[in-house]
Design a protein around this ligand. Sequence first.
Ligand SMILES: Nc1ncnc2c1ncn2[C@@H]1O[C@H](COP(=O)(O)OP(=O)(O)OP(=O)(O)O)[C@@H](O)[C@H]1O
Ligand SMILES: N[C@@H](CCO)C(=O)O
Length: 357
Amino acid sequence: MGFTYTINVPATSANIGPGFDVMGLSLSLYLTVTAIITEAPSSPGATNIAIQYEGANSSGLSLDPRANLITRTALYVLKCNGYNDFPQPTTVLVNNRIPLGRGLGSSGAAVVAGVLLANAVGNLGLTQHRMLDYCLMIEHHPDNVAAALVGGFVASYLIEVDRSKGDVPESEADERKLRERKAVERDASIALPPDNIGSFLRLGCSPMIKAITIIPQFELATSKARAALPGTYKTQDVIFNLQRLAVLTTALGRETPDPWLIYRAMEDKVHQPYRMHLIPGLPEILATFNPDNTPGLLGICLSGAGPTILALAVDNFDEIAAKIRSVFDRQPNGGIATEYKVLDIVTEGSTCVKTES
Ligand SMILES: Nc1ncnc2c1ncn2[C@@H]1O[C@H](COP(=O)(O)OP(=O)(O)OP(=O)(O)O)[C@@H](O)[C@H]1O
Ligand SMILES: N[C@@H](CCO)C(=O)O
């Protein structure tokens, strides 16, 4: 007799234009991790994990449990809670539908899956807020992980902390803190997440809105897209984004979305202008399509760090996708191949279901 845990984590689109490192939308495209646990005795010194992977761009991914982002995250969370390895031999089957390095939150989803996996196999009983703390120790911006964890249209912020020092909980009032304190006593190198380092709020999003994602067939590492950003900003550019972000938080939740209000509210001067050179076609796409010449369109932006384009729309989804794809098709040297998906904005976040096998 053993157990199976099935973990589902949605893809996410971060920023939504002006909400750099703040906003995220969870989308109907999933990373599924199935953990099959047998009750055989554990082998000391081994991680107790065997990974199998199928899905998006599998060639570059490591199946070494200490290197793979999902299991590396799970091992970190377990270590903070007193386990050196997985408690029982576990086969981890990964089925990943989220394209890697395209701006659809594949790394955030892997981190969330790893935290949920540790919570399940270690029977840790972590709250959603504590799980977010752990996610934020790995992925340092909250937009993707908060939306992936809780689902929907999510705003989040971080409390600034020095993650390298970690935190020893002050109170031994609850079981979780006691367990973490013991783990730190055994291994002082553990960087335990401080409590409540991230906060989130779910915002309204009209069910009429769908997310059209146009996905170029090249990867853009988030680290490279972040390295393109300046160290300082002009005051008027920051104000430009704050004005739009404030409107966007409410505009998407209106029952009948106002296309031009949303279109203008999805403009950005903080990250997209600096990433234009990394995504051929982006300047033309942002300058060309609007609710007047593209019926059904609400707004258009870079999804996360790119290169995927996110178009929010209420109608004519395939036609809108075709127009945007044609810009990529026309790029020099034979164009840039793309695929597209019309996705729902899902209100349910990550789930973990246990079954006996
Ligand atoms: N399912 C997965 N299993 C293991 N590693 C993964 C998985 N998904 C993503 N990764 C790791 O994350 C990397 C991609 O992360 P990156 O932050 O560059 O892009 P992204 O998360 O897809 O985009 P964005 O953060 O802009 O939404 C991959 O190259 C891989 O190392
Ligand atoms: N806010 C992040 C999202 C990508 O993970 C960025 O744009 O760099």
